[in-house]
Design a protein around this ligand. Structure first.
Ligand SMILES: Nc1nc2c(c(=O)[nH]1)N[C@H]1C(S)=C(S)[C@@H](COP(=O)(O)O)O[C@H]1N2
Ligand SMILES: [Mo]
Length: 316
């Protein structure tokens, strides 16, 4: 079944997504200077932060895993956010001048209540009590993060999509003055992602506004990002400014950047290899040995039925 996609090359810990792009060590000095500037506030924040391993939910949702949490430190310093750069430490180092407030989200397309909504209004009535504890990324690593968030379905119901709405498209903010990675064309920005309507309505699809009981740090997608735990990490788009309801399947940024590797669905699937490495195993941050990756990242009981009858090798 894997004729087109080779699995003979071992997975690696390098930044595979960036291998597609003519990689330059950019702004090395500038990035260090900026890191120095922001270290003060980040350090203070970290000092008051509860230890990730001991953080406990006050109101657990049925999706919570009992697995050990990734430390707050790791979850907020080992990130992917190309708007700030391509290295894992760039998002924390380079996002200090980003202003996540005030914030509004434009709702467009096949919907009865299109408008530009202020973030405060979108959050009204949300108790931020649904916490989902697992996020997995495509780059051979995984984390377990206690998100603060709520089901995207809550908002979709309020917006009242028309019967023509079959997909939802999300767009990240374009603000090159505050996002140094956008000044370099690492990806065709703004970053775009999409979900089929039934995926978007699933209770495991959440909009996150925080982690570990705190507001989202800029590097994790402040002030509002998607978390779709049964899909590879890149589907979980950060710093969302637009939600558009459409009839046709949206084209996501990674489908443009590397169409052979990053499909629209991107469900976690240990049997489907990336063109250059296997996706059968992952390293949980903090662990030494790798573990087997589970179909749908362990959420098959919840979501596999969304794809019954679909060839998931073709629809990767
Ligand atoms: N706008 C935007 N969203 C993004 C990305 C990005 O580069 N830009 N990277 C994605 C990828 S590849 C991953 S693995 C996750 C990482 O989320 P985390 O840094 O909070 O763990 O964010 C996703 N969302
Ligand atoms: Mo990723």
């Amino acid at each position: 079944m894997l004729i087109r996609r080779r699995s003979d090359i071992p997975s690696s810990e390098i930044t595979p997504e960036s291998a597609y792009i003519n990689r330059r060590k950019f702004l090395r000095k500038g990035s260090l200077a900026l890191a120095g500037m922001t270290l003060g506030s980040a350090g203070i924040l970290r000092a008051v932060m509860q230890d990730g391993k001991s953080w406990k939910p006050s109101n657990p949702s049925r999706y919570n895993t009992t697995e050990d949490l990734t430390s707050y430190q790791d979850a907020t310093t080992y990130n992917n956010y190309y708007e700030y750069g391509m290295d894992k430490e760039d998002p924390e180092a380079m996002s200090g001048s980003f202003k996540p407030q005030p914030w509004s989200v434009a709702v467009e397309g096949e919907v009865k209540k299109p408008a530009t909504y202020r973030l405060e209004d979108l959050l009204k009535g949300e108790t931020l009590e649904d916490r989902i504890y697992r996020l997995r990324c495509v780059e051979a690593w995984s984390m377990v993060i206690p998100w603060l968030g709520f089901p995207l379905a809550h908002l979709i119901k309020r917006f009242e999509p028309t019967s023509k709405a079959r997909f939802v498209e999300f767009t990240t903010i374009l603000r090159p003055e505050e996002m140094p990675g956008q000044q370099r064309r690492y990806l065709p920005f703004p970053y775009v992602e999409g979900l089929r309507m039934d995926e978007a309505m699933h209770p495991l699809t959440i909009l996150a506004t925080g982690l570990y009981g705190r507001s989202l740090p800029n590097q994790n997608g402040a002030p509002l990002r998607l978390v779709v735990p049964w899909k590879y990490g890149f589907k979980s788009i950060k710093s969302i400014v637009k939600i558009r309801f459409v009839q046709e399947q949206p084209t996501s940024t990674w489908m443009i950047a590397a169409p052979g590797d990053y499909g629209f669905y991107s469900n976690v699937n240990p049997d489907v290899s990336h063109t250059r490495w296997s996706q059968a195993k992952e390293r949980r941050i903090g662990d030494f040995l790798k573990r087997k990756t589970l179909p749908f990242n362990g959420y098959a009981d919840e979501v596999a039925s969304l794809y019954s009858g679909m060839d998931l090798d073709k629809n990767f």
